[in-house]
Design a protein around this ligand. Structure first.
Ligand code: HEC
Ligand code: HEC
Length: 281
């Protein structure tokens, strides 16, 4: 009885949140929160500090592999150097399919495989918000593709848009948020050139080099010793939003806690609920 009342109350809260938010507000909440588009697309100064005066203006970081050499694009609506000439449908195609308007396949450095699951209304909101940002003229060096770009694999269960009503189930909403937040891109190791979602989901160990030095993503499965299984909900939330681990030590970039700090408690709770359901490894 108590439980039924609680879930009714949270449903009403959820619905009133959804009703109260305009698409631009929803887009801002997602882009400046769980999506961390700016973690890649906003340039950084010394020490890795983000240059927010040039939000989403791209470059100058470079990602080079045997397959490509790319920089994060300027995704501000500047007509010359950004995506100001793109229609919302074209931006959606880049996000969901990894395709530029000229048909060019983006490198897998842009995490488009995680965006198939976007609900239609969230994708609309994200694109509306991105295109409503100030245009920042900044030319980013064009990508170099050394081979034909492979299409990025999609995490199991995230092949198609999530039905809106699934958002009312905290574990499903948590899966949705963890997917669009591409948490598992960083927290799942690559095996033979493929992200090992089936056997290594959440086990970490990826190496990130940048102006912050070198960091290794961690095991975020519910394993009691190697993962976060022995952490309380509050400790996990603190790591996600403040970058402070259970033992008090501080997390480094590119873990995006500065963005995640803007998430509401219901969404954070949903993420924790979902993380507790993945296989402990
Ligand atoms: C992990 C880093 C990363 C994240 C996170 C990321 N992007 Fe990208 N994105 C890139 C890179 C790198 C490219 C350029 C890829 C290339 O040239 O092959 C790109 C390309 C794009 C393009 C194509 C632009 C062009 O000029 O061709 C769009 C649009 C885009 N991103 C939008 C977004 C949005 C919106 C988000 C947040 C939902 C986002 N990206 C999150 C790295 C990222
Ligand atoms: C761009 C890569 C990246 C993304 C995206 C990312 N993380 Fe992380 N995360 C890291 C790295 C790297 C660390 C470790 C940093 C360090 O040790 O200084 C980390 C650490 C953590 C920790 C601390 C675990 C421990 O044992 O210390 C948690 C919890 C966590 N991430 C959860 C998440 C969640 C949830 C998301 C998605 C909402 C997410 N991460 C997205 C890279 C990422």
């Amino acid at each position: 009885m108590h439980r039924a009342m609680l879930s009714l109350a949270s449903l009403v809260l959820l619905m009133s949140n959804a009703l109260a938010q305009t698409p631009l507000e929803r887009g801002k909440y997602l882009v400046e929160g769980v999506l961390t588009c700016g973690n890649c697309h906003t340039p950084r100064g010394p020490g890795g500090v983000l240059d927010t005066s040039k939000r989403h203006a791209g470059g100058p970081q470079v990602w080079e592999t045997a397959e490509y050499k790319v920089r994060p694009s300027n995704i501000t609506p500047d007509k010359e150097t950004g995506i100001g000439g793109w229609t919302p449908e074209q931006v959606k195609a880049a996000m969901r399919e990894g395709k530029r308007p000229n048909g060019q396949q983006l490198s897998p450095q842009m995490p488009y495989g995680f965006y198939k699951i976007f609900t239609a209304s969230d994708l609309d909101a994200v694109v509306a918000y991105v295109l409503a940002q100030p245009a920042v003229p900044q030319k980013v060096e064009p990508p170099v593709y050394k081979v034909k770009q492979m299409t990025l694999e999609i995490p199991p269960g995230a092949e198609k848009p999530l039905a809106q009503n699934a958002m009312n189930d905290p574990t499903k909403r948590g899966f949705y948020l963890v997917t669009i937040g591409h948490c598992m891109e960083c927290h799942t190791p690559m095996v033979n050139g493929h992200r090992d979602f089936r056997n290594g989901l959440g086990t970490g160990g990826e190496r990130f080099e940048g102006p912050w030095g070198v960091s290794l993503s961690r095991n975020i499965t519910p394993h009691k010793e190697h993962g976060i299984g022995a952490w309380s909900d509050e400790e996990i939330k603190r790591a996600i939003t403040q970058g402070v681990r259970k033992d008090g030590s501080k997390l480094r970039p590119p873990m995006g806690y500065g963005w995640y700090a803007t998430m509401n408690d219901a969404d954070l709770g949903a993420i924790v609920a979902y993380l507790r359901t993945i296989p402990a490894r």
